[in-house]
Write a protein that binds this ligand. Structure first.
Ligand SMILES: CC(C)(COP(=O)(O)OP(=O)(O)OC[C@H]1O[C@@H](n2cnc3c(N)ncnc32)[C@H](O)[C@@H]1OP(=O)(O)O)[C@@H](O)C(=O)NCCC(=O)NCCS
Length: 208
């Protein structure tokens, strides 16, 4: 995928606004966005996403986020085109597991004031779709045991969880929209994820 292709503009009903979705790029603008967004995160969100509460994000980590190959390592951000001063609404990424090419580690952060507006679910649906296009069959992640919002959210996606070294290891299959439709009792957020993927697929397919 070419990270410099035009962004997707989409209306998010629960946010009541248009948002822009695009891969992060190796530009001064995105470097500034990433470091500003990190500094604005509360301590708990830094720990939950980056597993550290450093005052600023290291240059090495910023470089990694801005130089994703958009194939094995994919990083997308959601931006508010009406508010250029706002560094970002949220961002999500996955890394393909080098020891098992069919699975990838998923991470996400939604800005505090944008949570519970469907942003995380939309970003997940987007990365889910892209991952399937790159032959990834499951996502996994690590969640801190005290991260109740994430545990509630992942619970509604229907993940399998195990406790490993004091953290919760989660894994879930990247079902197609048709496979989700065929589930008799789908986990609560899967139908929404299938709907987003149907909307996003025509916008994404030409980019991969
Ligand atoms: C976990 C996280 C990504 C969820 O993103 P979000 O945009 O708030 O989630 P959504 O709005 O899509 O949530 C969909 C549903 O999940 C459940 N949910 C999400 N957050 C919840 C919370 N704090 N408490 C209870 N349920 C929650 C709800 O059922 C919600 O639907 P509803 O708001 O209509 O009730 C967000 O809280 C976050 O970024 N946390 C900090 C970073 C982090 O922990 N990342 C995960 C580890 S990688």
């Amino acid at each position: 995928m070419n990270p410099h292709l035009p962004a997707i503009t989409l209306h998010v009903p629960k946010l009541a606004r248009q948002v822009v979705l695009r891969p992060l790029e190796n530009s001064l603008e995105d470097r500034h966005r990433v470091s500003t967004a990190y500094c604005a995160l509360p301590e708990s969100a830094r720990m939950n996403r980056f597993w550290s509460n450093n005052a600023s994000l290291s240059e090495k980590m910023i470089d990694r986020l801005l130089n994703a190959d958009q194939h094995d390592h994919v990083v997308w951000a959601m931006l508010d085109p009406q508010d250029p001063a706002q560094p970002g609404i949220g961002a999500a990424s996955y890394w393909r597991d080098p020891s098992d090419q069919t699975t990838a580690e998923f991470s996400i952060t939604v800005g505090e004031r944008f949570q519970r507006h469907g942003v995380g679910t939309l970003l997940l649906a987007l990365l889910w779709l892209i991952a399937r296009q790159h032959k990834i069959e499951s996502f996994f992640g690590h969640v801190r045991t005290d991260n109740r919002p994430a545990l509630r959210w992942f619970g509604k996606i229907g993940v399998e969880s195990t406790v490993q070294s004091g953290d919760i290891h989660i894994i879930w299959p990247l079902r197609s929209p048709e496979e989700i439709d065929a589930l008799i009792h789908p986990p609560a957020l899967l139908p929404q994820i299938a709907d987003w993927q149907r909307q996003l697929a025509p916008l994404i397919e030409t980019r991969v």
